[in-house]
Design a protein around this ligand. Structure first.
Ligand code: PEP
Ligand code: MN
Length: 335
């Protein structure tokens, strides 16, 4: 971290700042130029609040050289992290996974039918929402605990590990048998929830917030990791932009950027990113070509009657086509 002091900085205040920084176990390397006095801080600066220093009247500016996230940072963990999602289904480091299933669990028949279909097409992980974060309080809120029971039933029938969203840490007891816990875009910065998930040993599927930067996403992953759980999967699900023709804007640069900055697996969700079922195939192909570690795709046996996100849901036969195409692309890239 670099601290640039003002030209006319009062020496007494400079000494106080110096003392304070040294008390934080940082050493200061000073270089004095004709117009500027610059401090290079050496040590672990991740706990330093740059805004606090920048706000001092003796300081001209502060720049971070190293990222504030450590455990999620590839610099300190050069190899890709490989996570067992349950039943030996690995993700990361060349292992690819499809997370497929309906936006919401709606009935026993629906979830079992969809689970069997997506499994047949090659998906190893069943996704389905039981607790749903809906914009309107009048919209379907999910089947909640009963939805979790049906997901576990689908797991029993198909043997697929299940991935489902948690909205509140007080529900954690209900998630005991869930294989992968999803944190939705709206909760990406629910730090108390992230801390609690850090105390579990389950893989956490962390979705990027609607207007979160990559650094903010990685800092949220860091919350989980700093509390003891290193099994974090990052998911790009589209961000808010000025464009309204699609539900969100798929930021595919997430794949190379997050792979560069972090060792954690990166999954693309083209369903929420576009909001349009017919766009899911081309966006899945693009995502596969970009080198992602998996895809999360919403699939419904009767999208027109879906209780949430019907317009973006694929029918099982459409999902089957997507998997076939994605596999071709992945194989072509291996050659
Ligand atoms: C979902 O996966 O159904 C969901 C609500 O996603 P997001 O949090 O990305 O909107
Ligand atoms: Mn959805």
């Amino acid at each position: 971290m670099i601290v640039i002091l003002k030209n006319n900085a009062e020496q007494q205040k400079v000494e106080i700042l110096k003392q304070w920084l040294e008390n934080q176990q940082l050493s200061i390397h000073e270089s004095v130029g004709e117009y500027q006095r610059v401090w290079g801080l050496v040590g672990d600066t991740s706990r330093i609040d740059t805004d606090l220093i920048e706000g001092l009247d003796i300081v001209e500016g502060v720049r971070r050289i190293s990222e504030p996230y450590k455990q999620a940072n590839r610099k300190f963990h050069p190899d890709d992290t490989v996570i067992d999602l349950g039943g030996g289904n690995l993700i990361g480091g060349g292992h690819f996974q499809y997370f497929a299933g309906p936006c919401s669990v709606e009935s026993e028949e629906q979830i079992i039918e969809v689970a069997k279909a997506v499994k047949k097409s090659g998906a190893n992980i069943l996704r389905g929402g039981a607790f749903k974060p809906r914009t309107s309080p009048y919209a379907f809120q999910g089947m909640r605990a009963e939805g979790l029971r049906l997901l576990l039933l689908a797991k029993e029938v198909t043997g697929m590990p299940i991935c489902t969203e948690i909205m509140d840490a007080s529900h954690l007891d209900l998630f005991e048998e869930v294989d992968i816990i999803q944190v939705g875009a709206r909760n990406m910065q629910n730090f108390e929830l992230l801390k609690e998930l850090g105390k579990t040993d389950k893989p956490i599927f962390l979705k990027r917030g609607l207007s979160a930067t990559f650094q903010e996403l990685l800092m949220s992953a860091e919350y989980i990791m700093a509390n003891g759980n290193s099994k974090v999967i990052l998911c790009e699900r589209g961000i808010r932009t000025f464009e309204t023709a699609t539900r969100n804007t798929l930021d595919l640069s997430a794949v190379p950027m997050l792979h560069e900055k972090s060792h954690l697996p990166v999954v693309i969700d083209p369903s929420h990113a576009s909001g349009i079922a017919r766009f899911v195939k081309p966006m899945s192909y693009a995502a596969a070509a970009s080198g992602c570690d998996g895809l999360m795709i919403e699939v419904h046996n009767d999208p027109a009657k879906a209780l949430s996100d019907g317009p973006q849901a694929l029918r099982p036969e459409e999902f089957d086509e997507v998997v076939k195409g994605v596999e071709k692309i992945r194989n072509a890239l291996k050659d």
